[in-house]
Write a protein that binds this ligand. Structure first.
Ligand code: FAD
Length: 468
């Protein structure tokens, strides 16, 4: 692999070596920067490093707790087909004779893919493992330089000065909880999906699962294999509705919890439950970042940010990879990383601070005009709109359509945008999640498209073979 040596090679820190940090390191080095990756765990892969360990308090509310990073459960399989999940030049294909060959593979397969990527691009040599970043702040002498303070698990601490810091610390570790009147005196067991691993705890119990997005959907079905009844509380259903199949019951949101152990739903149903599992999402959290108030997190909006990446006042020294959620995550990490790398080298220019700020404020105003709450700021829409945004479709809020976003970044940094096949495959996959029923991962009818995709992978490989 050749590195492009630029006139402005920077000394860059990358915090976190999950799927975002790995590709950020690669893109920064490709652009000619010197890179140090900081990873508090012993391995690359971030949330895909499954562990049986959970945090001591099952709702993880204590800010000073010992963090268990991963939020994945034992039965987790991807919710997108592998072909569209991978990075652009390193397809996530089945490895001959090894691993899980399914199109929607289990979490181990994703971890192996990320490990293979790290090996292929010799990323580990640039990483300080077992090293947690405790503080990132501008140096007193020069506000364009950043002091990174860190500490290893054995207690050895240190600090180093960088030209730029790329933040890739993930955002699925700090639980969000729904407000339920009366929950303080409700006597049952409560856990957040961050601490859910297997259904064993819930054998023969009556369980309420709050949330019906990806994790809520999977976890309620996982628990239903062993529990007496599972009651799903979903914001997506009308307040007077009630559904029932097998031992699963679908309700609207919870009206209140009572100290006699009962829970009252908005449809009037009362359930005496043993446990509540909160699949209610996560908060963005950057405990190490000290910016004198230039970057804040307010109702899950990290801002102000230019195009979800650069805080206008601190750009390009501070950047965030991976804030927008849902959609083609690995592809997005890659294209955002290319942008950051090219801005840092000076090959691509950002607008002035004032222009970036104006743009960020216009974006927030547009969301407010559309009635979209702050917490959906980093939500990219897909072709169906997004169920969490109600009836809003990309045409209503073009600024947050996934493909527009990728195309815009690609244009900035002169790189290839999302491939047509990836977009088509993703569109099929998203429909399957919402309308494909329980077996959406194992039944598909896109053989022709898949043939085309593997044709593209073969072309890519032959181009790579020719150029190496
Ligand atoms: P992470 O993987 O969380 O990595 C962040 C890294 O930063 C970690 O290694 C952590 O140890 C490190 N770190 C954090 N703080 C510090 C610090 N202070 N110092 C040093 N290191 C630090 N996406 C898909 O594309 N397909 C799926 O099927 C899919 N399923 C998902 C299922 C679940 C349950 C969840 C929660 C998410 C899923 N996602 C899926 C989205 C997923 O977030 C992305 O795929 C992606 O893996 C996130 O990568 P990341 O690098 O942003 O964060």
């Amino acid at each position: 692999m050749t590195s492009l040596i630029t006139s402005r090679a920077r000394h860059v820190a990358v915090i976190g070596l999950g799927a975002a940090g790995l590709v950020a390191v690669r893109e920064l080095r490709r652009e000619g920067h010197t890179v140090t990756g900081f990873e508090r765990e012993k391995h690359v892969g971030g949330l895909w490093v499954y562990t049986d360990l959970v945090e001591p308090h099952s709702l993880s509310v204590d800010p000073d707790r010992t963090i268990v990073h991963s939020s994945i459960y034992q039965s987790l399989r991807t919710n997108l087909p592998r072909e569209c999940m991978g990075y652009s030049d390193f397809p996530f294909v089945t490895r001959s004779g090894k691993g899980d060959p399914r199109r929607y593979p289990d979490h181990r397969e994703v971890l192996m893919y990320l490990q293979d990527f790290a090996k292929e691009f010799k990323i580990e040599e640039m990483i300080r493992f077992d090293t947690e970043v405790l503080c990132v702040e501008p140096t007193p002498e020069n506000k364009h330089k950043w002091r990174v303070q860190f500490k290893s698990s054995s207690g050895v601490s240190g600090e180093e000065i960088f030209d730029a810091v790329v933040i890739c610390n993930g955002h699925f570790t700090e639980p969000r909880l729904a407000h339920i009147p009366g929950i303080e005196s409700w006597p049952g067991k409560q856990i957040h999906s961050h601490n859910y691993r297997t259904p064993d705890l819930f054998k023969d119990q009556v369980v309420i699962v709050i949330g019906s997005q990806a994790s809520g959907n999977d976890i309620s079905k996982d628990i239903a294999t062993i529990a007496k009844e599972v009651h799903i509380s979903s914001k997506a259903v009308a307040s007077d509705s009630y559904g029932c199949y097998d031992n699963l019951r679908i309700h609207p949101t919870i009206y209140r919890a009572r100290e006699d152990g009962s829970v009252v739903f908005r449809n009037g149903k009362v359930v005496f439950a043993d446990a509540i599992v909160h699949c209610t999402g996560y908060k963005y959290h950057f405990p190490f970042l000290k910016t004198n108030g230039y970057v804040t997190v307010e109702d899950n909006r990290v801002g102000p940010l230019y195009k979800h990446v650069f805080p206008p006042a601190l750009a390009p020294g501070i950047s965030f990879i991976g804030l927008p959620f849902m959609g083609l995550q690995f592809f997005m990490f890659e294209i955002q990383s290319k942008w950051v790398a090219s801005v840092l080298s000076g090959r691509v220019k950002l607008p002035t601070e004032d222009k970036m700020m104006e743009e960020a404020i216009a974006f927030y105003t547009k969301l407010e005009d559309l009635g979209i709450p702050k917490r959906y700021t980093h939500f990219l829409t897909d072709p169906l709109g997004n169920p969490m945004l109600g009836t809003f479709k990309p045409k209503d809020a073009v600024v947050i359509s996934q493909s527009d976003y990728f195309n815009w970044i690609a244009k900035q940094c002169g790189c290839t945008s999302i491939e047509r096949w990836r977009e088509r495959l993703y569109n099929v996959a998203i429909k399957k999640i919402f309308f494909g029923g329980d077996s959406y991962r194992d039944q598909w009818d896109d053989d022709q498209l898949i043939e085309e995709v593997y044709g593209e992978f073969a072309k890519l490989k032959s181009n790579q073979d020719c150029s190496s």
